[in-house]
Design a protein around this ligand. Structure first.
Ligand code: 13P
Ligand code: SF4
Length: 338
């Protein structure tokens, strides 16, 4: 199995080609949906121009958002980097709350909006700042590496953050033989399998990826001989053992574009396959469908309303943001890895 380590400049996030509104969803959604969506996309474009706003979209957004209104698209690390460098006054985060908070942490002077405040994450809910303070008492002098899928308060208690694309590189960058890695036990175990450092785990998990099983993947291999299986490292170890490649959401997308498999199963949230299939006509995507209910809170209407009413603005207490920013900046200084 490969973990496909690559240099950062090969990991360019995708930027929406500016097509006329009426061409953006051509062949991507049924015509009956286009009739409803195109006026909404036109409204979003008008509002973006009036507000000097950009829409940053995670790879799990539905194809109408991903191909219709996203100015910049990517995985968590790419979205954090893009948020840190945009010239726009307003960032609309088409993703979940921790992504919007990260955008605000790296960009305190900009207005960051999230279309639906209920777009959370089971990993972010699995740990509090008080939990980290207790861990530090139990393991004094052991550095804390925190997955970005956490609240600003948790990041503020951490030494450095990481994403699925750079977790191994971040852990390796630390001058310590032991590392506390939280909150995702499965990503932590994946990292432990890639490094000689001792990893102390927390018990969080992603409610979407923990549902996949190795047995299910073996059934795909029987049903589709020769199929390639690529998986997100939030999956349990028996799933990752079955995979031909393990990587972040953008790592998986790049892998399909580079390897051009005949048939592939992307073991992650299902909107990804819909989005990548548009740009990879050579590949047949076999689709297990585990949806992230939080990501699916973000809709085209919600993005339009966010820009129309300038809601829901994401605020982070400045003292917490400053401490969280040093953990995020430390991560951004480490090269991106798949
Ligand atoms: P990526 O950083 O790989 O996009 O993952 C984010 C996420 O929430 C996956 O469930
Ligand atoms: Fe969180 Fe899992 Fe949804 Fe990603 S897929 S946002 S880790 S609940």
């Amino acid at each position: 199995m490969s973990n496909g380590t690559q240099d950062e400049d090969l990991m360019t996030p995708t930027t929406l080609t500016i097509l006329p509104v009426e061409e953006r969803l051509d062949g991507i959604v049924p015509d009956v949906e286009r009739i409803v969506l195109e006026p909404l996309i036109a409204e979003v474009e008008q509002l973006k121009a009036e507000r000097n706003a950009v829409v940053l979209a995670h790879n799990y957004m539905t194809p109408d958002i991903f191909h219709g209104v996203a100015d910049l698209r990517g995985d968590s690390l790419q979205l954090a980097r893009l948020a840190a460098t945009t010239d726009a006054d307003v960032i609309v985060m088409a993703g979940v709350h921790f992504m919007a908070e990260t955008a605000k942490i790296v960009n305190p002077d900009k207005t960051v909006l999230i279309p639906d405040l209920r777009a959370g994450c089971s990993l972010a809910d699995s740990i509090t700042a008080a939990d980290i303070r207790l861990l530090r008492q139990r393991y004094p002098d052991v550095p804390v590496v925190t997955y970005v899928n956490t609240s600003a308060e948790v990041k503020a208690e951490s030494d450095v953050t990481c994403t699925s694309s750079n977790a191994v590189a971040v852990v390796e960058s630390l001058d310590s033989d032991r590392v506390i890695f939280l909150p995702d036990q499965y990503l932590g175990r994946w990292v432990a399998s890639q490094t000689d450092k001792e990893i102390i785990l927390w018990h969080g998990s992603c409610e979407v990826h923990e549902r996949f099983t190795g047995a299910e993947l073996r059934e795909y291999r029987t049903a589709y001989p020769g199929i390639q299986i690529i998986a997100h490292p939030e999956c349990p170890p028996d799933v990752l053992d079955e995979a031909d490649f393990v990587g972040s959401t953008s790592g998986m997308i790049d892998w399909v574009k580079d390897e051009l498999p005949r048939q592939v199963v992307m073991v992650t949230e299902c909107s990804m396959s819909d989005n990548v299939a548009v740009e990879s006509p050579q590949t047949e995507f076999i689709r297990p469908c585990n949806l992230c209910p939080h990501m699916k809170r973000i809709t085209m209407e919600g993005i339009r309303d966010a820009l129309l009413h300038m809601r829901h603005e994401v605020h982070v207490d400045p003292a917490i943001a400053e401490r969280a920013r040093s953990a995020v900046d430390r991560m951004l200084a480490v090269g991106a890895r798949r």
